[in-house]
Design a protein around this ligand. Structure first.
Ligand SMILES: *Cc1c(COP(=O)(O)O)cnc(C)c1O
Length: 456
């Protein structure tokens, strides 16, 4: 019996194209609407925020979009990333299932996020942009954009959610090492930030607020654009390099996945690992079950409403149809900060509506238990976000054990947890509890959804 553990591609086998699922969907995703006119937004509406190449990618229906050669050159620093077989975890679980994971923690930032930060910085540089403004929660996205900005000589400003800014000083130090400037959000530097602070000077901040601040700054200056690390179609597109590589590596392992799993916050690593497999099935190929794992404390896919909503709390963004908890919803402060967003990527939401994927929600304690079991058998300490995918893979492996099935399980290990060790310490000290959201607040946030007459 083979104990082969690593399935590696060489640089020459790195994908040359991103996969655009919009080409294969049986029904197109609902249009993004202008919040004033409620008409579909055009490229000109988005031009203050993004360079035209990214806007074109956002709406493209072409199946394959070429990855620029200079971007592939940067990717060579860590791509293709390894696919691993979790032999020891399988043994510990006593499962007949084979568990594979695609490891994205090998990037300079320690997660999948540079897969989109690098092309976004590249296209902005090409368009003559000098400064990029963005938001970050736990700090992974800010770190990734700071890294990418440093490669292209772009000034990067990161509005970091106040609680994370205070609790994760090392993330900030990494961003500053790459030359970025970090500002705690809500801040005094924007009209919106000042309005939030005037109501609550100790506001802990949220991703939705930080997005509003970054967008406000981006629209003010011609040399400044905005960058988003998840949710948008072009971000999901850039992450499909993950699933395309994994597909080749699963072929090397002679193990087509019966189940494909990703954790889902805004939906980008989940789409990255799963969209190429969904597309393969839509074009008549083998079908896999596709499972999104989200936090029970911020359950947009499993408990949210599929409706038009704003992407931010200050209501400056266009309206997208997505699974949402309401843009005014502030998720409780659980430890997978990268998953604390009120909405889900519109393309992931649309696929869920089409029945192309399933969603499950887990509490944080059971996710840390899964992460610790994984670390003690496979050696890698997963990011708290990734622990949701680990948990889902373990649940599937135990189902296989009960059913006596030797299925192939593939999941995306989206990042390592080296900057999140304070939350592991809390877990070991028994100080982590299962945070749940406030039902009343959720009901209020959902009641406040913008009203959009549904024509489609
Ligand atoms: C940001 C982040 C996530 C959540 O973002 P998605 O867009 O849902 O992928 C998950 N895992 C890690 C390690 C992250 O940094």
């Amino acid at each position: 019996m083979s104990m082969q553990t690593k399935f590696l591609l060489d640089e020459s086998q790195m994908p040359r194209f991103w996969y655009n699922i919009q080409a294969d969907l049986p029904k197109p995703a609902p249009a993004v609407l202008h919040p004033g006119t409620l008409q579909p937004v055009g490229p000109d509406d988005l031009a203050p925020l993004f360079p035209m190449t990214l806007i074109q990618q956002e709406v493209s229906l072409e199946r394959e979009i070429e990855i620029p050669e200079p971007v592939r050159d940067v990717f060579r620093l860590w791509r293709p990333s390894p696919l691993m077989r979790a032999h020891r975890l399988e043994k510990a679980l006593g499962t007949p299932a084979k568990i594979y994971y695609k490891y994205e923690g090998v990037s300079p930032a320690g997660s999948h996020k540079p897969n989109t930060a690098v092309p976004q910085a590249f296209y902005n540089k090409e368009a003559g942009v000098k400064r990029l403004v963005t938001e970050t929660g736990a700090g992974q996205w800010g770190t990734s954009l700071a890294f990418a900005g440093s490669l292209y000589g772009l000034q990067v400003e990161v509005y970091q959610v106040r609680v994370s800014y205070d609790q994760k000083p090392y993330r900030r130090a990494v961003m500053e090492t790459y030359g970025a400037r970090c500002v705690a959000s809500p801040s005094n530097e924007t009209v919106y930030g000042r309005s939030v602070l005037s109501k609550n000077p100790n506001h802990p901040g949220s991703l939705g607020i930080a997005i509003s601040e970054a967008v406000e700054l981006a629209v003010q200056r011609d040399d400044t654009k905005y960058a988003l690390g998840s949710v948008l179609n072009h971000v999901l597109l850039h992450q499909t390099i993950v699933g395309q590589e994994a597909m080749e590596q699963m072929k090397m392992a002679d193990a087509w996945p019966d189940v494909v799993i990703g954790c889902a916050g805004g939906g980008s690593n989940f789409a990255g690992i799963s969209f190429p497999f969904i597309g393969h099935a839509l074009r008549g190929g083998e079908k896999s079950r596709i499972v999104a794992a989200e936090p029970a404390a911020c359950p947009s896919l499993t408990r949210g409403k599929y409706a038009y909503d704003f992407g931010d709390t200050g209501h400056m963004t266009p309206l997208s149809k997505m699974h949402t908890l309401g843009s005014s919803f502030t998720p409780p402060g659980f430890h997978a900060g990268g998953l604390r967003y009120h909405g889900m990527a519109p393309l992931v939401s649309h696929c869920k509506e089409l029945g192309l994927l399933e969603a499950v929600a887990f509490n944080q304690v059971e996710c840390f238990e899964a992460g610790v079991l994984f670390a003690r058998n496979e050696g890698i300490v997963p990011a708290p976000e990734s622990n949701h995918a680990v948990r889902a893979a373990i649940v599937e492996a135990l189902r296989c054990k009960r059913e006596g099935k030797a299925e192939n399980i593939l999941f995306c290990l989206s990042g390592h947890g080296h900057f999140d060790m304070a939350s592991y310490q809390k877990f070991f000290a028994g100080e982590l509890s299962d945070e749940s959201y406030d039902d009343k607040e959720l009901a209020m946030a959902l009641a406040g959804l913008p009203s959009v007459a549904e024509s489609a």
